[in-house]
Design a protein around this ligand. Structure first.
Ligand SMILES: Cc1cc2nc3c(=O)[nH]c(=O)nc-3n(C[C@H](O)[C@H](O)[C@H](O)COP(=O)(O)OP(=O)(O)OC[C@H]3O[C@@H](n4cnc5c(N)ncnc54)[C@H](O)[C@@H]3O)c2cc1C
Length: 341
């Protein structure tokens, strides 16, 4: 069987095994998360050999040219040698400048590029791969425009027993150094011919982060078509940035913010009950109530967050008449953790 050479040792591959699975089976320390070729946490460099097209296909051309590949997507048929990514080649050093609560389990994480570094171009709504000092890498979506704000804003939800978010919520401090790679993802606003297509954006939890960035970018670019943003939670406690989005709505008549939650009105806060501004119901039902059948074929749809919900919404909105080429999705695929972990 072919082998994977890594850290001066050769590890035999099993049939149809990826480089990542082989290294993990041999208890090698290598960053990884989604194992689906999405999060790009398992980036490796091919040494003295070429990676497969499949292992490189979702990477930027500059990384491809330097021999980088995703270990989870690389199933070698002959011996290969890989090394961990050289941070100075493919990552930007940033430091934490702010961590502030957005709701009971989500924080805004603001990162600044260190003085000697330069941020690569990235659009609001794309995602970055962030690595902490312990070598844990995870993807987070960009909620703002770096070129405008000169900082990166991320919204991060605390996951029970999560390795990265556990560190962020209990140990991370202002000034801590992180490494950022990216960007990736095609969920961003692009309208070079200044069309007035309607936009529908939907997500729950921190699925709002990329959508928040996309909405602000569309309005900053002067988008004139109607923009409907749907953010759902189980209760109104799960919503966040509500005031900021309502303020944006009052400044831009083409922008409509729809907050919704699953639980009945008695679980809503007093303010929400009084103002009747939070709709009750499953997010898919709330969206379908508002979709405009007359313009759905022209509508651009952006869906982010929990993978099952993104899949469900994609199917339902497609069946209502949206073109599949107009539906942009970023499912937040997580590392699979076995019950015994
Ligand atoms: C394209 C993309 C964009 C993303 N954007 C964002 C974003 O903007 N904001 C955001 O908050 N997240 C985002 N994510 C998700 C993010 O990358 C991480 O997956 C998430 O933060 C969890 O990381 P973690 O290390 O804390 O959890 P991990 O350690 O990776 O754990 C994964 C899951 O398993 C659970 N778990 C861990 N250990 C155990 C155990 N022993 N028993 C049972 N369950 C366990 C955790 O609760 C968690 O739900 C995105 C993901 C992708 C792929």
């Amino acid at each position: 069987m072919p082998t994977v050479q890594f850290n001066s040792a050769a590890f035999p591959l099993q049939e149809n095994e990826s480089v990542l699975d082989c290294l993990l089976r041999h208890e090698q320390k290598i960053a990884h998360a989604c194992k689906s070729g999405v999060c790009q946490a398992c980036l490796v460099k091919a040494v003295d050999n070429d990676a497969t097209t499949q292992a490189q296909k979702s990477l930027k051309p500059t990384l491809q040219a330097q021999g980088y590949a995703l270990a989870c997507q690389w199933v070698p048929e002959q011996d290969v040698r890989v090394s961990l990514p050289a941070l100075d080649e493919c990552a930007v050093t940033v430091s934490i400048s702010r961590i502030e609560p957005l709701n009971h389990r989500i924080v805004r994480l603001v990162l600044e590029v260190n003085a000697d570094g330069q941020m690569f171009p990235c659009y609001p709504g794309q995602y970055l791969n962030i690595t902490n000092a312990a070598g844990i890498s995870r993807s987070y979506s960009i909620a703002n425009h770096y070129a405008v704000d000169q900082c990166i804003e991320l919204h991060v939800q605390h996951m029970p027993m999560g390795a990265f978010t556990g560190w962020l919520f209990t140990q991370a401090r202002v000034g801590d150094i992180l490494h950022v790679r990216g960007p990736a993802g095609d969920c961003f606003y692009s309208n070079p011919t200044q069309e007035t297509f309607p936009m529908v954006l939907a997500g729950t939890g921190t699925g709002l982060a990329p959508l928040y960035g996309i909405v602000h970018e569309a309005l900053r670019e002067g988008h004139q078509g109607p923009i409907h943003l749907f953010h759902g939670g189980v209760t109104s406690r799960d919503l966040y940035c509500v005031e900021a989005l309502r303020a944006l709505e009052s400044r831009h008549p083409q922008f409509h913010y729809h907050a919704s939650c699953l639980k009945a009105p008695e679980n809503l806060s007093k303010e929400d009950q009084q103002s009747n501004t939070v709709e009750v119901g499953a997010l898919d039902e709330v969206i379908l109530r508002h979709l405009d059948a007359g313009s759905i074929a022209q509508t651009r749809v952006y869906l982010c967050g929990a993978p099952e919900l993104v899949q469900l919404l994609r199917k339902k909105i497609f069946l209502k008449g949206a073109k599949s080429s107009h539906i942009y999705c970023d499912p937040f695929i997580e590392r699979r953790v076995s019950a015994a972990a």
